[in-house]
Ligand binder design. Structure first.
Ligand SMILES: *Cc1c(COP(=O)(O)O)cnc(C)c1O
Length: 219
């Protein structure tokens, strides 16, 4: 199917299921700039990239050419490279440690550019996954405001389902994430769900879905 067909199908599906408030982040990682240009022409405005450098290489020329879009960073935030987020990216979903949160906070005052951030939660118990476990997430959420600056705003919580894509476990993880939101910070947004599990994420109350292959084709 073409990009246009994929996009129309996804949009229609969200409308029919009454999730028209949910934001689709079109994840264009590994895909060429020509395809992103085509997406812009179709009216896609919100994109996601997991590698900062790749995001800059593809999206900076588009920004300089006067295109309007919103760019989300969805990969892990690392202290060594996070300064590059400021300017081009409006959001990052991958804050997974207190030290990177501190560094982000400090850098935002130096860069003087707006950035919204999501704390990444690892609720599957898989040790290979980036992010806060439940206990540390709850602790950070209690004091998250203190890391905000004039430029850096807390937006919400991002999480991923288990690597084995088991639908029952996926639902449990998304439910737990929504419960933590309700208990700790009802105003926070949720970023859950990818091509394989976005329907479960929608049912469990997500605000953002991050869709790559279902829009741009397999990688
Ligand atoms: C690649 C990626 C996505 C999109 O994955 P698809 O399965 O292609 O939809 C979503 N979120 C994160 C964090 C990713 O790295």
């Amino acid at each position: 199917m073409s990009l246009q067909e994929n996009w129309n199908l996804l949009q229609r599906e969200l409308q029919e299921l009454s999730y028209s408030e949910v934001t689709i982040i079109a994840v264009s990682k590994t895909k060429p700039i020509e395809l992103i240009q085509e997406a812009l022409e179709l009216g896609i405005k919100v994109f996601g990239e997991n590698r900062i450098q790749e995001g800059i290489e593809k999206f900076l020329p588009l920004r300089e050419a006067g295109k309007t879009f919103e760019l989300h960073h969805i990969g892990p935030v690392q202290t060594g490279t996070l300064r590059k987020l400021f300017g081009l990216f409006q959001f990052t979903h991958g804050v997974g440690s207190v030290s990177s949160l501190q560094a982000l906070s400090k850098q935002s005052e130096k860069s003087k550019q707006n950035l919204g951030f999501f704390l990444q939660a690892n609720l599957t118990g898989e040790s290979n996954k980036h992010g806060f476990d439940r206990q540390s997430l709850v602790r950070v959420l209690q004091e998250v405001k203190k890391y905000e600056t004039e430029y850096l705003r807390f937006i919400g919580i991002m999480t991923m389902g288990p690597s084995n894509e088991d639908p029952i476990l996926t639902r449990k993880v998304f439910q737990e994430c929504n419960q933590i939101r309700k208990d700790c910070c009802p105003q926070a947004k949720l970023s859950m769900g990818m091509s394989g599990d976005y329907k479960i994420a929608l049912e469990e109350g997500t605000d953002f879905i991050r869709i790559g292959s279902k829009i741009f084709g397999t990688r």
